[in-house]
Structure formats: structure tokens, C-alpha cells
Design a protein around this ligand. Structure first.
Ligand code: GAR
Length: 221
């Protein structure tokens, strides 16, 4: 069964584009039925329409601090489009615990760090200040706590000594565009189960299980 997906954005929408492209494949178990932005000037809106996907704005600023009223409107639009799954793609607004509970196990987010490290704002700055040698991105189910929840998939990149926030962000973004469609494929395909707060993936396959940075040139153990 093909799952009906809404993507929520606030800005550029490059993860949205990666999801839309992947979902075009016949065998993909999900279809992107609507893109919703909480900001009228989000660049992703035009990209969604160019790709033939319905795109609309529910301006969160108009609701002020009344998160419940914003979410009631959002839920109405999700119902109208008979949405099964939500993907957050750079959606920069927090939800109430009620809304998160209603979508428990049916709402995914992507965050540009290897969670649980570096949640919240400026993850790449946090990674550079901590001096980690490997960073990456995480696709996870949404829970009330920000940038936390059962992890579906992660992708790692090396951190270079001369990296800036921008160069690291660009390297991580390429990994985001690979793992978000894959994670959605697993979830929409019914291959992910949440057990005691942890995702179990049916039939998972593994590539090279060693990722060492910096590479020393020594003989791998
Ligand atoms: C992405 O890097 C995403 O991981 C991040 O916002 C960016 C959105 O880019 N999300 C978060 O930081 C969530 N805490 P995009 O609009 O081009 O997909």
C-alpha cells in the first residue's frame, strides 16, 4: 500500500526535493501528496510546485503564540489530503506534545548531526567546537523533546581540520539527501518497528562497518 506523505518545510526545501524525486519511482512505497510551509517566502514552495506537488502556506506567525490554533489548521489540511505520514524537512517550529502524540510513529524529522550529539541550533558549530572527527545526519521519529526520538537511519561524514560551518554543512547535506529517502522507504514500507523507544529495522544490510577519521594510513585491524 502506498503511504500518503506531507512534507513540512520552512525554507529552501532541499530535503523535500530529494524526497519528491525518490517518491517518483514506481516501486517507492510512499507518494508526496502535499508540501506545507509555515513561512510564505519559503523557497521550497516553488520547487514543490515545479515538481508537480501541491504546495501551500499556513503562516504560523499569524497565530502568534497559539500553537494549538496553528496545529488545528495544520491538522485540517492534513486530513483533507488524507495524510498517513509527515516528514519534517527543515521545519523550524516546535509542536505541542498533543500534536506529537497524535502523530506518534508517523512523523519523521531529519537533523544534521549524529544524534543524540548536538541537537538544537547550530549543530555544525557545536560539532566543530567539540572537535569531533566524524559527524553526519539522523532521521528519527519525532517525540516531544526537540531533535530526539527513535532513530531510523544515520549517515556519517568525516570532519576536516579546515572545515567551517559552511563546508561541513554542505558535506552533511549530501548525506541527508541520501538517507532521508531511504528512511522514508523503510518506514512507509512497514520495515521499521519501534520497540521500547528504539527502532528495529527488518532485513537491514550493512556495508563497511569501520569508519575511522582521520585515516592514519595504518593497517586496518
Ligand atoms: C537541513 O540541514 C535539516 O537537517 C535541518 O535544516 C536543514 C533544512 O534544509 N534541520 C534541522 O536543523 C532540524 N533541527 P532544507 O530546507 O534544504 O532541507
Amino acid at each position: 500500500m502506498t503511504r500518503r506523505v506531507a512534507i513540512l518545510i520552512s525554507g529552501r526545501g532541499s530535503n523535500m526535493t530529494a524526497l519528491i524525486e525518490a517518491a517518483k519511482a514506481d516501486a517507492f512505497p510512499a507518494r508526496i501528496v502535499v508540501v506545507i510551509s509555515n513561512k510564505p517566502d519559503a523557497a521550497g514552495l516553488a520547487k514543490a510546485r515545479d515538481a508537480g506537488v501541491a504546495a501551500l502556506t499556513i503562516e504560523s506567525a499569524a497565530f502568534g503564540k497559539d500553537r494549538g490554533a496553528f496545529e488545528a489548521k495544520l491538522q485540517q489540511v492534513l486530513d483533507e489530503h488524507r495524510v498517513d505520514l509527515i516528514c519534517l524537512g527543515g521545519f523550524m517550529r516546535l509542536f505541542t506534545a498533543d500534536f506529537v502524540q497524535r502523530w506518534h510513529g508517523r512523523m519523521l524529522n531529519i537533523h544534521p548531526s549524529l544524534l543524540p550529539s548536538f541537537p538544537g541550533l547550530d549543530p555544525h558549530g557545536q560539532a566543530l567546537r567539540a572537535g569531533v572527527k566524524i559527524s553526519g545526519a539522523t532521521v528519527h521519529f519525532v517525540i516531544p523533546e526537540t531533535d530526539a526520538g527513535p532513530i531510523v537511519m544515520q549517515g556519517a561524514v568525516t570532519v576536516h581540520s579546515d572545515d567551517t560551518v559552511d563546508t561541513l554543512a554542505a558535506r552533511v547535506l549530501r548525506i541527508e539527501h541520501r538517507i532521508y529517502p531511504e528512511a522514508l522507504r523503510l518506514v512507509a514500507g512497514g520495515l521499521v518497528a519501534i520497540e521500547r523507544g528504539v527502532c528495529r529495522i527488518a532485513a537491514d544490510a550493512f556495508g563497511d562497518d569501520r569508519l575511522i577519521s582521520p585515516a592514519t594510513g595504518g593497517t586496518p585491524g
